[in-house]
Design a binder for this molecule. Structure first.
Ligand code: FAD
Length: 436
């Protein structure tokens, strides 16, 4: 045992039983301490500085695990890759120094005296302090809120995990992209019967495909955004809708058979599904009157936008709510593969301002959502500067940079400092990015 072997550290670990593999932590880590393989997200013990930047954005709390180990015994990432659940904290040798949140070692007797309670208290304090700082750091790195809008409803999360999933029944499964479109997307409705499953627009759920992965272990749940309002796909029913695209090629275009997306798209009415969740504590809509929604999406990123729009439409139709402005930028290859194209086009223009960008229309120049954002830069900036506006961006990861650049350009065109504005929007829970 070396000299450092006496040092006790609080090793930062991710609970594989709760983690939904959304990649948020890896994106948030400023020092590259988090990585993943096909099964697990793990933390490199020699790189993690315990800065907490990854903790607030995690939708499940799987990231917030700290176990005391001897430094020389810290679990390697290769060991973490094999885990299905976190190991128990092992008793520490008596003649060791105690850890503390600031890294100063204490006497071993102090550790013995209710070490668990002490460590917890120290951690809670450290977490509270570091969170404020790390949120600011995360904003500098990549804009985006880790807090919800002030008037959003309270979200319930993690009611069901991989070990205690809830069973839902498929009550509808419809293909919503045209037969000749190059991608296949389904609208799937799940009913929870008498089981509680409260969700808000902007939250997501996990679905566990049956069978096992290449290691013989159960498939980890895949996440899908809820596409229906909080009061159900059918108002008053305990059901919700999803917008699921069949994955038939990977991000590099190579043919692949996506495990869960194909399972979900093939489901028949009456089939049952294992569901985890709900997830997500920040990508939520404001509830106060006259609040505006600026929604920017591509493909299945339309799911949360459909949920929010439909919730506002129901309130509006019932005359119960004075809505602010709804402005939608929606991109797809063609209108034939734009989910919900028909119903969207039937919404009154004075209710929602719809801007569609198609990138593969025959005989037409390619247009992306960022092109439309630039074309309407004045109105976009006016909305961004309105304190009642919340911005939502959802879709494939590849869209994010272009959209943020277009928002930056819109700000610059109006003489506004984008980094200041983005920092303010992020801090106030008004700039939400969910790309996958
Ligand atoms: P896998 O078997 O996991 O992957 C097969 C291969 O395809 C892998 O190489 C993988 O890298 C690649 N791949 C994974 N996803 C994609 C993709 N989207 N496009 C191209 N290649 C991919 N999906 C939806 O359809 N609708 C949603 O509303 C939705 N919401 C999401 C919300 C969040 C917060 C997150 C993190 C993801 C969301 N996803 C959504 C993506 C979804 O969770 C799955 O990743 C996707 O369905 C692929 O899962 P799979 O099991 O079919 O593919």
């Amino acid at each position: 045992m070396s000299a450092v072997a006496d040092e006790v550290i609080r090793q930062h670990l991710i609970d594989p039983a709760i983690c939904i593999r959304c990649n948020t932590c890896e994106e948030a880590c400023p020092v590259g301490a988090i990585t993943h393989d096909e099964r697990n997200y793990v933390v490199k013990p020699d790189v993690c500085e315990g800065c907490m930047a990854c903790v607030p954005p995690c939708p499940t709390g799987a990231i917030d695990n700290w176990i005391r180990v001897l430094k020389s015994d810290a679990w390697s990432i290769d060991e973490q890759f094999t885990w299905d659940e976190l190991p128990e904290e092992a008793p520490l040798p008596v003649a060791t120094a105690a850890p503390s949140a600031n890294g100063v070692a204490a006497d071993s007797d102090a550790l013995a005296a209710d070490a668990a309670a002490e460590a917890k208290a120290v951690l809670a304090e450290a977490a509270g302090f570091d969170r404020a700082e790390s949120t600011a750091a995360a904003v500098t790195k990549r804009p985006g809120s880790t807090v919800k809008p002030w008037s959003a409803a309270h979200p319930y999360v993690n009611l069901y995990g991989p070990k205690n999933p809830v069973t839902a029944t498929v009550v509808g499964n419809y293909r919503i992209t045209e037969a000749d479109a190059s991608s296949v997307t389904h609208h799937v409705v799940l009913d929870f019967g008498t089981m509680p499953f409260p969700v808000l627009e902007g939250q997501s759920i996990g679905i566990i495909a049956p069978g096992a992965d290449a290691w013989g272990k159960p498939h980890h749940p895949r996440q899908y955004s809820v596409a229906s309002p909080r009061n159900g796909e059918r108002p008053g029913y305990n059901n919700l809708a999803l917008t699921v695209k069949r994955v038939t090629s990977d991000h590099d275009g190579r043919p692949v058979h996506g495990v869960c997306s194909n399972y979900v798209c093939d489901l028949k009415k009456g089939d049952t599904v294992q569901v985890t969740g709900p997830f997500g504590t920040s990508f939520l809509m404001p509830n106060h009157p006259r609040s505006n929604l600026l929604m920017i999406c591509t493909g299945t990123g339309s799911a949360p936008m459909r949920a929010m729009t439909e919730y506002r439409r129901r309130l509006h139709a019932g005359g119960r709510f004075e809505s602010g402005r709804l402005m939608l930028f929606f991109g797809a290859r063609t209108e034939r593969e734009l989910p919900y194209f028909g119903p969207l086009m039937k919404l009154p223009r004075d209710f929602i301002d719809v801007n569609l960008a198609f990138s593969r229309m025959p005989d037409q120049p390619k247009r992306y959502v960022q092109d439309l954002l630039r074309e309407r830069a004045d109105e976009v900036l006016a909305l961004l500067q309105d304190k009642h506006t919340c911005v939502y961006v959802c879709g494939l990861k590849s869209m994010e940079e272009g959209v943020l650049d277009a928002l930056r350009d819109a700000a610059a065109q109006g003489g506004v400092d984008w980094s200041e504005l983005a920092g303010r929007l992020s801090g106030e829970g008004r700039l939400h990015l969910e790309t996958y």
